[in-house]
Design a protein around this ligand. Structure first.
Ligand SMILES: [Mg+2]
Length: 310
């Protein structure tokens, strides 16, 4: 059973906990970033590793339409790690925090026996409406920001030794969608939202599950980023695998009223340069999670376990 208290608006189960503190609504989330699970020292600069750890934690605030405020950073590192690596890591963390407007206000450091472990707690607030995973309705459009699959294709390239610096950059330098998330949270026609950390099928599935409905993804509607298409063509890979089951793009996926979604998209495009696309719809619960009409079989992103995507 989930522990509860009067000031807990939403506890465990969404991207952030939603907490009432006086007349303010606070958002709180934590995220672990572990060497050789989430990143490798040989793949990226220390700055990129720090940036990615911070951006992936902060993205959970963007997922709810919140404003990031503070972060606490705890790091465990083994004795052989050089001071210059740790300095670079902090520079990357500080960069991502500064870009989002959040301030590091504390944390802890300790030794580990093996591997670097970064634990980030992020705190933010909502200045209006908080978008949760629950709230989507059957018939709602499934909409995504940006292009999907770039980050996981970047990881695929890094793991296989293929040269694809722009995809690798997408993997190690994601940008949480704060302005877009805040703008969407103010729109009543948006019913539920999540950030895509585990892959489109899995994260759209999280909205569906929390809303007790189903979701149907139409793969032909997902835009293919040209550099992803080129990488897949050159390396015999299927871009859909990255776009549907690849994670860590930190784009937003949301459910919107079908009657007004086209107006919403038009206004969004007038406001932001970020692309935005309808890629499916939410359905009755008995249909589950479907891709092109068939039950989703491509599991969400499993970090290094899934390096043989093809
Ligand atoms: Mg999330």
């Amino acid at each position: 059973m989930t522990p509860s208290a009067p000031s807990v608006i939403e506890g465990i189960g969404d991207d952030c906990a939603i907490l009432r503190m006086g007349n303010r609504v606070m958002l709180a989330s934590c995220d672990l970033s572990i060497e050789n699970i989430h990143w490798r020292r040989s793949h990226a600069t220390p700055e990129e590793i720090g940036w990615k750890a911070a951006a992936s934690a902060l993205s959970d605030i963007a997922a709810m339409g919140g404003v990031p405020l503070f972060a606490l950073v705890s790091i465990a590192c083994p004795p052989e790690v050089e001071v210059s690596f740790m300095e670079g890591l902090y520079d990357g963390l500080l960069d991502a925090m500064a870009q989002s407007g959040a301030t590091i206000v504390g944390g802890d450091t300790t030794k580990s026996r093996e591997g670097v472990v970064i634990d980030l707690t992020v705190l933010g607030e909502s200045e209006g409406r908080v978008l949760m995973r629950k709230g989507a309705k059957p018939g709602d459009a499934l909409v995504v920001t940006g292009f999907l699959g770039m980050a996981s294709a970047g990881l695929d390239a890094l793991e296989s030794g293929a040269r694809a610096p722009e995809l690798a950059k997408a993997h190690y330098h994601p940008t949480p969608r704060f302005p877009e998330g805040q703008w969407l949270s103010e729109r009543q026609e948006v019913h539920a939202m999540i950030d895509i950390s585990d892959g489109l099928a899995q994260d759209a599935g999280h909205i569906a599950e929390a809303s007790r409905i189903g979701v149907s993804i139409d793969s032909t509607r997902i835009p293919v980023e040209p550099r992803l298409a080129a990488y897949c063509a050159a390396n015999g890979k299927n871009p859909l695998v990255f776009m549907i089951s690849g994670g860590e793009d930190y784009e937003l996926a949301f459910a919107a009223d079908p009657a007004s979604v086209e107006d919403l998209l038009r206004e969004f495009r007038a406001q932001f340069h970020t692309s935005i696309t309808i890629v499916g719809e939410f359905t009755q619960s008995d249909l589950g999670i479907r891709v092109d009409g068939a039950p989703a079989t491509i599991k969400g992103f499993d970090h290094f376990a899934k390096k043989n995507a093809s």
